[in-house]
Design a protein around this ligand. Structure first.
Ligand SMILES: [Zn+2]
Length: 187
């Protein structure tokens, strides 16, 4: 009972006084991860590195970061939980965009769950030599996950814009200090 209450007040604090800082940290993590996917695509398409060696920036020093399915799954979960936990702080137009990111990330996470399951049960789907997700039947993994991370990121950025520069109708409902000052918003 007490745990439920303190969890609830923690979520409320996170979406109130701490929303701004929490969003800043979360968006930085999301951006770094997306950048890694972009660097990986650059390594393959511009530098013509073999796929197995195209591991982004951190993956050059820590190859297991890229080759471990459980880390990919772990990141997908962190992303899903992060978007979900920070949702209550969003209102109005910003909330609709943030919710869109949540829905897309939910599906992205299901794809990673399928990949993770294939490693755990040591059985790959679709007779493939490597773990394969559903949409991967049509789009290769590198391109697909660059795409997934982008289509989750774009609505998050739009949501952030409407959260920082909220329409007048939304401003009064906000419980956090994220909105920029009216003077800036009007510019
Ligand atoms: Zn906020």
């Amino acid at each position: 009972m007490t745990a439920t209450v303190s969890t609830r007040s923690f979520i409320a604090t996170l979406n109130g006084p701490w929303h701004r800082r929490a969003l800043r940290i979360f968006m930085a993590i999301v951006l770094l991860h997306l950048a890694e996917h972009i660097v990986q695509a650059y390594q393959v398409y511009a530098l013509h590195w073999p796929m197995h060696q195209a591991r982004g920036v951190l993956g050059q020093w820590f190859p297991w970061l890229v080759h471990s399915e459980v880390l990919h799954y772990g990141y997908a979960v962190i992303m899903l939980v992060g978007i979900w936990v920070l949702l209550p702080g969003f209102v109005g137009r910003a909330r609709r965009w943030w919710l869109a990111a949540l829905v897309i990330q939910f599906w992205h996470h299901i794809e990673h769950l399928l990949l993770q399951g294939q490693v755990i049960f040591a059985h790959n789907l679709f007779g493939s030599p490597v773990p394969t997700s559903i949409v991967q039947l049509w789009i290769p993994r590198l391109e697909l996950h660059l795409f997934y991370n982008t289509v989750v990121f774009v609505p998050m950025v739009v949501a952030m814009y409407y959260h920082l520069v909220p329409p007048a109708a939304d401003r009064g409902e906000m419980r956090c200090g994220c909105a920029l000052h009216a003077g800036v918003a009007a510019a």
